[in-house]
Design a binder for this molecule. Structure first.
Ligand SMILES: Nc1ncnc2c1ncn2[C@@H]1O[C@H](COP(=O)(O)OP(=O)(O)OP(=O)(O)O)[C@@H](O)[C@H]1O
Ligand SMILES: [Mg+2]
Length: 244
């Protein structure tokens, strides 16, 4: 591989099952991410994408199977330990703290860290990545536009210095120009050395950015391949890209 990707697996999910009571949300799911990759996970409403991300972050209780991060079993770890090891998640709907300023949201993203000087330096880096956030650093997060909140949510997740970033539908509800800006940032973050798992219903954007991808239906992976293979797959074309 010629870009930042390597043959080392940073994430390995093996036979994951997740249920909410009687509902089996994820069934026998296996998925790998190699260090340096952007991997897209696409699927229609309710197919289990968010549940998969939340399982990686240790946020759902009833799971079976194994999740390895850089070779280490994280399946039973508490969420804050998983963040500290190097996995951050940007939740569906962004989840910024609306009554706190942009700056305080960023500071909270560094809650697992104690290196104050470096935290300040990283806040500055976030302002370089998203200049709009610096202009609005004293503004309450709840008063930001949807796209700005998405930027803040991504920046807040990066403040934990992840090696793997999990993004849950970053383009949802955003105007095309804003989607472009968010995706440019995702590519930049990846080029700076962060592996990315990108959950999207917007398959066109996701597959344009990703190296590889997986398609989920009712809790299971039904198609996988390189982004190019997925773009020419008949199911992906008709269901996700609107091409007959
Ligand atoms: N907390 C919960 N309690 C009970 N069932 C849940 C819960 N969260 C999700 N589910 C169910 O699990 C299944 C998968 O949901 P999930 O949110 O993972 O799908 P998704 O692919 O992220 O969907 P969307 O594209 O709408 O965000 C759905 O049938 C959903 O109703
Ligand atoms: Mg979801």
């Amino acid at each position: 591989m010629t870009d930042g990707r390597s043959k080392q697996k940073i994430l390995e999910i093996d036979g994951l099952h997740v249920s909410y009571g009687v509902i089996q949300a994820v069934k026998q799911l296996s998925l790998d991410i190699y260090s340096g990759e952007i991997v897209a996970l696409i699927g229609t409403n309710g197919s289990g994408k968010t549940t998969t991300l939340r399982s990686i972050s240790g946020l759902v209780g009833d799971t079976r199977g194994r999740i390895l991060f850089a070779g280490r079993d994280i399946t039973k770890l508490e969420p804050h330990r998983i963040v500290k090891l190097g996995i951050s998640q940007v939740p569906e709907g962004r989840g910024v703290f609306p009554d706190l300023t942009v700056l305080d949201n960023l500071r909270l993203g560094a809650y697992v860290r104690r290196d104050r000087a470096e935290i300040s330096a990283d806040i500055h880096k976030m302002y370089q990545l998203f200049p709009r956030l610096e202009e609005r650093k004293k503004q309450l997060a709840g008063t930001l536009s949807g796209g700005e909140q998405q930027m803040l949510a991504i920046a807040r997740a990066l403040m934990a210095r992840p090696r793997l970033l999990l993004l849950d539908e970053p383009s949802m509800g955003l105007a095309p120009l804003m989607v472009k800006e968010i995706y440019a940032a995702i590519r930049q973050i990846n080029q700076d050395g962060v592996s990315v798992l990108l959950v999207e219903q917007n398959a066109r954007m996701a597959l344009a950015a990703a190296h590889r991808g997986y398609v989920m239906e009712t809790g299971s992976i039904v198609v996988q391949g390189t982004a190019e293979e997925l773009r020419s797959n008949d199911v992906v074309k008709s269901v996700y890209l609107g091409i007959n």
